[in-house]
Design a protein around this ligand. Structure first.
Ligand code: CA
Length: 473
């Protein structure tokens, strides 16, 4: 997703990467194959399919399939094709983004972004409608909302998402491409390119296929009315933190710096006057909340396509987890992998985790908020696996006819008996209603603070046997 080797093709890279080892992760996180034995062609998106528990959406960038992926009870993987397109085949072209209308369950509308095939380049956003089952495209021709003339083949951005607080469709597109933003798009408030845009898909203004939200920064002049934020180079992957509405964006840098931005309405993120926090801020520019330099990851190797940030995902699935509200991100070329914690004062603390097994292209979540990552060149979807990343909606599993578990007792604020860890060094702690109250580890068996007296259940993360019983008295 960088510009340095834009014409290197996947077959060459496959040879270079096929020997990449699967590394155990520090921080207790492993990359676990989500669909063992099943691969995807250049996956660039993973997300939950709304209204269909257990079904996830995968975008295949160059094969240009929107896949609905699920597992049968015997563990076999089913791929249904919601939609297939004809797209450009350069490294950064293809099917790039998808968002489902907040009312998809009733109106079956969904939105894709892609670069069509052909020697003239465009960046497009299109509305499509699924059939009555919701599982197949209706075949009705798509309604093109946005079609941008694009001077170069790279820097196409392409992510799409509906704002969790406002219901508007957000779409980010890169500066057009080549090096040094030769057309000056990033700082040109009248250009589509190098921007985050925001539109209302539920009504139309005169001459447009959408409505301009009245509070867009340039809704009444001063720039393109669709613009929400500007000064972006190649905003490849970004995600909303739904509880706060914060928009975390990874903007791919050029020669020196990769950056994470918190995107706010009307914000100028500096490109090409600034790269990361380097360059001269004219006073209008918002600095990134986190950067890493190419020099800093040199030791890890740049990989065949050079460094490029893969904007990440915020973990919100379990309020008791140490990772709650933190952000996972990766680097494409070096396979670097980090967690960022941002405190209430805005101070960011980065933890470097062990590298990803292959170049990641994107992060996503399932309906329960588990975090997944797309392994690009091996087509493997990974679950970020750790007891700390299990959703609190996990319930203790009970095999039919299983024997009662063991019983343990402890005092409030005390420790769990070491014998409870004989089957597993990590145990989930559940209330009797099945809600998960925390995680206990053999090497730190302290009970969570503030746990009330009463009866609780203990079970290893993957166990389906009877839980053990813990009485706190
Ligand atoms: Ca381009």
């Amino acid at each position: 997703m960088s510009i340095r080797f834009p014409f290197v093709t996947a077959p060459i890279l496959l040879g270079a990467l096929s020997a990449a080892p699967i590394l155990a992760q520090t921080g207790g996180i492993t990359f676990k194959e989500a669909y063992p034995g099943t691969t995807f062609h250049d996956p660039v998106y993973f997300g939950a399919f709304p209204g269909h528990p257990g079904v996830n959406v995968v975008l295949e960038q160059h094969a240009a399939n929107v896949l609905l992926v699920s597992k049968k009870s015997d563990g076999s993987v089913v791929k249904d094709t919601l939609c297939h397109l004809d797209v450009g085949q350069d490294l950064e072209q293809g099917l790039l983004g998808i968002a489902f209308h907040p009312d998809f369950a009733t109106n079956h509308k969904y939105y894709i972004s892609y670069d069509p095939s052909g020697s003239t380049y465009y960046d497009m956003v299109e509305e499509r409608i699924a059939d009555a089952t919701g599982m197949k495209d209706s075949g009705t021709p798509g309604r093109v909302l946005i079609k941008i003339d694009d001077p170069f083949v790279n820097h196409n951005g392409g992510n799409l998402a509906f704002g969790p607080k406002d219901g508007y469709l957000y779409y980010a597109v890169g500066d057009g491409g080549d090096a040094n933003d030769p057309l000056g798009n990033g700082q040109n408030k009248n250009a589509w390119l190098g921007k985050m845009h925001r539109i209302d898909v539920n009504s139309k203004d005169a001459g447009l296929e959408y409505h301009i939200p009245a509070d867009n920064p340039f809704a009444s002049g001063g720039g393109r009315p669709e613009i929400y934020a500007y000064g972006l180079r190649n905003p490849w992957r970004w995600n909303f933190d739904a509880p706060t509405g914060d928009l975390w964006l990874g903007d791919v840098g050029q020669d020196s710096v990769e950056e994470v931005n918190l995107i706010t309405k009307g914000g100028n993120y500096g490109w090409k006057t600034m790269e990361g926090s380097r360059g001269t801020n004219d006073g209008t520019m918002t600095l990134p909340i986190y950067t890493y330099t190419h020099a800093s990851i040199n030791g890890a190797g740049f990989g065949p396509n050079g460094p490029a940030i893969i904007g990440g995902m915020i973990f919100r699935a379990n309020p008791n987890s140490q990772y709650y509200g933190t952000y996972f991100l990766a680097d494409w070329g070096s396979k670097g992998f980090w967690n960022l914690k941002r405190d209430a004062a805005g101070k960011v603390t980065a933890t470097t985790l062990s590298p990803s097994p292959v170049s990641l292209s994107s992060f996503g979540t399932d309906a329960d908020g588990r975090i997944y990552a797309c392994g690009y060149y091996n087509g493997t979807l990974y679950l970020l696996d750790s007891p700390d990343l299990e959703p609190s909606s996990v319930r203790p599993g009970l095999a039919r006819g299983s024997l009662p578990g063991h019983s343990f007792a402890a005092l409030p604020g005390g420790r769990l008996d070491a014998r409870a860890f004989e089957s597993s060094p990590v145990l989930n702690l559940f209330g009797l209603d099945g809600s998960r109250m925390g995680i206990l580890r053999k090497d730190d068996a302290r009970l969570p603070q503030g746990l009330a007296r009463g009866i609780y259940l203990l079970q290893a993360p993957d166990s389906r046997g009877a839980p053990d019983v813990l009485a706190i008295r």
